[in-house]
Design a protein around this ligand. Structure first.
Ligand code: ADP
Length: 377
């Protein structure tokens, strides 16, 4: 089938960043999103104004497009599967999402594939919590099984009282996992096409602050053997799930060089934003290529390296930060992406900036320049 109209569930910045690629490829984007001020409304040829987990709205979306994809995975899979059975085409298919949406199921899925994950355990209930964790030592990490993002629902636990309090006060299922003493966090973006071809982007280092991604460094300074191990992990995951589309995979690396998977995002990912300006083909174009059944394209870096810094809200405001944006844009080889959100809140992703590097050693001073402009540090 010839695909021209792509339905996108979710209208945030990830959908917005598909805009240029969709024009280039001659595709239309029809976006399902709850708010008419959401970033991707401006690039959509049509919108369905509704929450992303409203499957009735997705049914309407399906009548206006050839295939549906996701920029937000917090959907109602059971309800969507009825649509899939009726012939609505989802790319990735729903079976590629279903083992991933619950962090405990995701860990089990990866472990069953023989892939390296931290030790983990589902917390069955807030009753008798001490006996459930009797073989565990503090610190460990407590995670809400569903709907976590940007570290929401992830807690480092140092004592039983804190654990019991969080679990008993939140009416949501949890898992615990070993605290990984990582030296760095890494990520890889991978795309799989309708024909099963897979391409991967350079492995990057991601730096989190308060569990929110703050910076991405491309490429990561790791050995070629480590790169090969991570690329093999990506292939195994995308092949076993028979993914059509782009996924982001977050990993930990320890001082001993041990690699563990932290999390799979079944969509384009913040760790791949550098590809917009630093690679031959962006992760967004690559995703649309896969979803539209087109051949995949070159993922190489066009420069020796790049840094991407997220511009996170640091106050409650309606400012559009014109002056700071101008100052940031004036940095040589800088590409500023401003998501056009009308409200700023602490931690909210308002935009990002990528700076292309001729010399990797310039990295720290550029990060310092960006953060001193943005955060007035
Ligand atoms: P989210 O899904 O909300 O992004 P993550 O599970 O990716 O949450 O965790 C957010 C951050 O918390 C990670 O990037 C990492 O810095 C830290 N973290 C998560 N799991 C662990 C772990 N098992 N050990 C050590 N740190 C962790």
């Amino acid at each position: 089938m010839s695909i021209k109209r792509i339905g996108v569930i979710g209208g945030g910045q990830l959908a917005w960043m598909m805009g240029d690629a969709s024009k280039k490829l001659g595709l239309e984007l029809i976006v399902q999103t709850p708010n008419k001020h959401d970033p991707a409304v401006s690039i959509a040829s049509d919108i369905v104004l509704s929450a992303v987990d409203n499957a009735e709205a997705t049914e309407i979306l399906s009548t206006r497009c050839d295939v549906i994809t996701f920029e937000n995975e917090f959907v109602d899979l059971d309800a969507l599967s009825l649509l899939e059975k009726q012939g609505v085409c989802f790319r990735p298919r729903l079976a590629a999402l279903s083992p991933l949406l619950d962090k405990y199921h995701q860990r089990c899925y990866l472990q069953d594939l023989g892939l390296p994950v931290p030790e983990f355990l589902a917390i069955e209930s807030s009753v008798n919590i001490a006996s459930q964790i009797q073989n565990w030592q503090f610190p460990f990490v407590l995670k809400a099984r569903r709907h976590g993002y940007d570290g929401q629902g992830t807690f480092i636990i140092n004592d039983l009282t804190t654990l019991s309090t969080i679990v008993s006060q939140s009416h949501t299922p949890f898992l615990i996992e070993e605290f990984v003493p990582f030296t760095r966090e890494l990520a890889i973006i991978a795309t799989r096409s309708v024909t099963g071809e897979i391409v991967t982007y350079p492995v990057v280092e991601t730096q989190q602050e308060q569990q929110v991604c703050r910076r991405v460094i491309a490429p990561a300074d790791i050995t070629s053997a480590q790169t090969a191990e991570i690329v093999a992990i990506a292939h195994k995951i995308l092949n076993s799930l028979e993914v059509i589309g782009t996924f982001g995979i977050e990993l930990f690396i320890t001082a001993q060089g041990k690699i563990l998977i932290n999390e799979i995002a079944p969509r384009t990912h913040n760790s791949g934003h550098f590809s917009l300006d630093a690679c031959v083909t962006s992760q967004f174009e690559q995703h649309l290529r896969a979803v539209a059944g087109l051949p995949l394209a070159d993922t190489s870096l066009t420069v020796p390296g790049a840094v991407m810094v997220n511009l996170l809200g640091y106050e409650n405001s309606n400012s559009d930060y014109q002056a700071k944006r101008q100052e940031l844009s004036a940095i040589p080889h800088a590409y500023l992406h401003w998501y056009g959100k009308t409200e700023s809140r602490p931690g909210r992703k308002l935009g990002h900036i990528t700076v292309l590097l001729e010399q990797p050693q310039d990295r720290e001073s550029i990060i310092q320049t960006i953060e001193s402009i943005w955060y007035c540090k």
